[in-house]
Design a protein around this ligand. Structure first.
Ligand code: NAG
Ligand code: NAG
Ligand code: NAG
Ligand code: NAG
Ligand code: NAG
Ligand code: NAG
Ligand code: NAG
Ligand code: NAG
Length: 757
């Protein structure tokens, strides 16, 4: 599947890496993160930095420390050969040496859709909401956008220790204020790997030359900007989820990618600066938690009370396609809004098919135009995809061209049609994307249709000797039903690392989201797009993650004494998995009901999350028990926790199933047919009695013990167990259910996901 954003970043990367001789010469070296046991520093050294330097010098005469880490990790990063890395691993005080990972970006009606307009009254008007600073690790910021206006906000929180770093095109005095309270950039790891930043292409500063970081940070906590639109679409007020929270940006992604050493350094700094929430709309491949730079940074963040939310990835709809699955991270998938941008295809046979588009230029002539399939206007294979140079101008001149989706960027296909002399484009999904429609700001009249409509249009094209078509652009439509539906691109569970922890955790809006944009490139991100817009509409779990980050900030502001685990629990146990009164949330990929492997606990419901009744709290100790249950070695635990002497208790029977998580995933092995989970609920509301109800699938017997829990006081804890029994099922089977605890006011719901292996 093509990326949801332009694919130009990756192409650029190849060009840079293959044309730079410096990169070739350094090819044998990699960037490693060296985890050190800070407490084991020999007394001869006055400072850790000196010890790190001496350790590095002992394995390499030339290597230099890129970053020294002190908050979310202890140690440093440096470029080493594999032999030097192995030598380093044997040095005293070294806990582990991990090659850095590479990550990529997972590329406003939202507040009303989420009920936030109804919430204002619920949020305590204490100053604590505006004390929360959300750190956004992304491509930087375009600070001149109105979303960063600080009118009406009090002074920068006294506890804030961050900075506004200057650099090319970025002056602190003009950029930072009481809304954008910090801005830093991290390029050492990137430059060590890719060579110096090309300053004619991007700014060596927090300035956002891409757009992604401006979009995500303004979604988290952008100030309300009335009367905005994007090229005439989606008119209304644009605002972030927590308009009173503060934003700090940490630029870690550059045109050639995002690297682990920079990300870890940014997390280290963000926590030292005083961020209460971290938002990362980026991810990489699956690896064990202690190897994953984001999971390592997030563990210490959690232990220090900082909430971390990450995008689930855009690799759906296949199973087990998630990234960022550590249980101490909130993993966010994407759903649709109730807003759409219809643009219909009208054929001369009288048929009318609904597509979507954000095209806003000169309309097509009112009379229908000749119409051709790209696959009939090319003499190369794959010409149906409208890849550069594959369309024959004499076949497409003046016509509407139907292109199939896939391989190259959607907007680029339109440019290929335009450059070959075509008048318009219909972009048709194939099986890979099914009925999922993502609206684009095409540079020629164009609309996108699903696979069913695409196939019907093709059969008309192949049967009518003189096919004609036109496109009717119908603007913005709200109130679309059903909504939300799970986006096909949203990555799916089960977790490949720990199948006994249900992931993703929840879904939030991530399709056709309006938020602020960079002034460096046009809304399509294509070099040939001359337009510059204050806002843009884009899609991805990159967009759903900052929605949740902003909501986590709201909850943290409303409940400053809640742990990260309690805050996540509140969002999860109040999420909804069904439409009011009729059926489960649908999955665009299948057209059928989605499952907890697609949406986790369900879709966020912020007004309810503010008052969840009960929470599944999680402490640092709980997560250490979880690592013991995974049979992690003391060195692996040390890399995550910075605890150099932590040993699991050999007498204790650690079980992943006992992690006090707000959801349940049970992977039945054929042999074991009964699994017991233990949970502890903490009362965060009024005293009361909660009763359990279970909706279990046919093949699983679920027993909750006890079935009623009475809480007499705030903060009181009660335990329960739930036992799942099943007869053996064919390998690969799945089944789902839901467990709810409710008093008169609250429903504390957990999804149940079963799989048989
Ligand atoms: C919020 O802060 C302002 C100024 O810092 C102060 O005047 C006001 O009383 C505070 N409000 C609350 C509810 O604490
Ligand atoms: C930097 O980018 C510009 C614009 O693409 C290009 O012309 C120039 O050659 C690049 N410089 C280097 C050193 O790669
Ligand atoms: C095509 O269908 C849409 C609804 O899907 C309708 O609004 C529009 O008027 C129709 N156009 C024609 C020409 O039938
Ligand atoms: C157009 O392409 C389709 C599918 O590749 C084929 O079935 C059809 O015969 C072609 N039509 C013409 C006129 O070449
Ligand atoms: C493609 O077809 C055009 C005419 O339709 C012809 O001029 C050209 O040589 C063909 N190219 C190839 C590679 O076959
Ligand atoms: C959860 O546990 C943490 C750590 O023990 C504690 O500080 C907090 O008060 C507990 N309760 C809630 C609701 O966060
Ligand atoms: C951890 O254990 C080592 C070796 O047993 C010891 O030297 C060190 O002081 C211990 N550190 C702490 C913090 O207990
Ligand atoms: C509840 O469970 C926790 C953790 O498993 C345990 O430490 C505690 O003793 C239990 N409390 C009761 C009252 O059983």
């Amino acid at each position: 599947m093509e990326p949801l954003r332009s694919s130009s970043l990756m192409l650029l990367l190849l060009v840079i890496c293959c044309s730079s001789t410096a990169a070739v010469a350094a090819a044998k070296k990699r960037t490693y993160i060296v985890h050190m046991a800070k407490s084991q520093m020999p007394p001869a050294f006055a400072e850790h930095r000196h010890w790190y330097d001496a350790s590095l010098r002992s394995v390499s005469d030339t290597a230099e420390i890129l970053y020294a880490y002190d908050t979310v990790a202890h140690g440093f990063s440096a470029r080493l050969t594999p032999a030097e890395a192995r030598a380093m691993e044997r040095r005293p005080g070294v806990l582990g040496v991990m090659a850095e990972a590479r990550y990529e970006l997972h590329t406003t009606r939202t507040p009303e859709f989420l009920g936030l307009d109804r919430t204002e009254g619920f949020i305590p008007q204490s100053n604590t909401t505006s004390d929360v600073v959300v750190g956004v690790l992304d491509t930087g910021v375009w600070p001149e956008r109105k979303s960063y206006d600080d009118a009406g906000l009090g002074p920068v929180p006294a506890s804030w220790k961050g900075a506004c770093e200057e650099g090319k095109d970025f002056k602190a005095a003009n950029a930072c204020n009481r809304k954008l309270v910090g801005a830093r950039f991290f390029s050492k790891g990137y430059e060590a790997r890719m060579g110096p930043i090309n300053l004619t292409k991007e700014s060596r500063s927090p300035r956002d030359n891409d757009g992604h970081g401006t979009h995500t940070s303004s979604t988290v906590a952008g100030s309300a900007v009335p009367d905005v639109d994007f090229l005439g679409y989606a008119a209304g007020t644009a605002r972030g989820m927590s308009t009173r929270a503060r934003i700090a940006v940490y630029k870690v992604c550059w045109l050639g990618g995002c690297f682990g050493s920079d990300i870890l350094a940014a997390m280290d700094k963000a926590i030292e600066d005083g961020c209460g929430v971290l938002s990362l709309s980026l991810g990489g491949g699956m690896s064990d938690y202690y190897r994953d730079n984001i999971a390592v940074g997030a563990f210490s963040a959690m232990a220090m009370g900082v909430v971390v939310s990450c995008s689930a990835g855009n690799a759906g709809p296949g199973a087990s396609t998630l990234s960022n699955v550590a249980p101490w991270i909130t993993t966010v998938g994407a759903g649709t809004l109730d807003r759409d941008f219809p643009a219909n295809v009208l054929l001369s046979n009288g048929k009318n098919y609904t597509g979507v588009s954000l095209y806003s230029g000169k309309p097509l002539p009112s009379s229908p135009l000749p119409f051709i399939y790209a696959g009939n206007a090319t003499n190369t294979t794959n010409g149906n995809l409208c890849i550069t140079g594959t369309l024959l101008p004499d076949k497409v001149a003046g016509k509407i061209v139907l292109c199939d989706r896939g391989i190259n960027a959607r907007v680029q296909k339109g440019l290929v049609v335009r450059d070959a002399g075509g008048a318009g484009m219909i972009l048709a999904n194939t099986a890979a994307n099914g009925e999922e429609l993502v609206a684009d700001a095409h540079l020629l009249p164009a609309t996108a249709v699903g696979e069913i409509a695409g196939d019907a249009i093709k059969s008309y094209l192949f049967s009518d000797p003189n096919p004609t078509a036109t496109i009717a652009f119908r603007g913005t439509k709200v109130g679309v039903k059903p909504s939300p539906v799970v986006a096909a691109f949203s990555s799916r569970g089960p977790s490949a690392i720990t199948p006994d922890i249900l992931k993703p955790d929840l879904i939030a809006p991530g399709v056709n989201i309006l938020a602020a944009w960079t002034g460096s490139v046009g809304p399509t991100g294509q070099a040939v797009d001359p337009r510059r817009t204050e806002f843009n509409i884009i899609s991805g779990t990159s967009m759903s993650c900052p929605h949740v980050s902003g909501l986590l900030a709201l909850l943290k502001g409303a409940h400053p004494d809640w742990s990260p685990g309690a805050i996540k629990s509140a969002l999860m146990t109040t999420a909804y998995a069904a439409y009011p009164g009729d059926g489960g949330i649908l999955d665009v990929a299948t057209g059928r009901a989605a499952t907890p492997f697609d949406f986790g606990a369900g879709h966020v419901d912020p007004p309810k999350a503010l008052d969840p009744g009960l929470v599944y709290n999680l402490t640092n100790e709980d997560y250490l028990d979880f690592l013991c249950a995974l049979n992690y070695t003391p060195l692996q635990i040390a890399r995550l926790s910075r605890l150099t002497n932590y040993t699991c208790d050999r007498q204790k029977a650690y079980e992943v199933s006992d992690l006090n998580y707000p959801s349940f995933a049970v992977a039945f092995a054929t042999a074991s047919t009964t699994v017991k989970h233990t949970r502890t609920l903490t009362n965060v509301g009024a005293p009361g009695t909660y009763k359990a109800t279970v909706s279990a699938p046919e093949d699983v017997k679920v027993v909750v013990e006890p079935t009623a829990l009475t809480f007499a006081a705030l903060g009181e804890k009660k335990n329960y167990t739930v036992t799942f029994s099943t007869a053996s099922q064919p390998s690969g089977s799945t089944a789902f259910g839901r467990l709810e605890w409710s008093d008169a006011q609250h429903v504390v719901a957990s999804p149940l996901a079963f799989s048989w292996t």
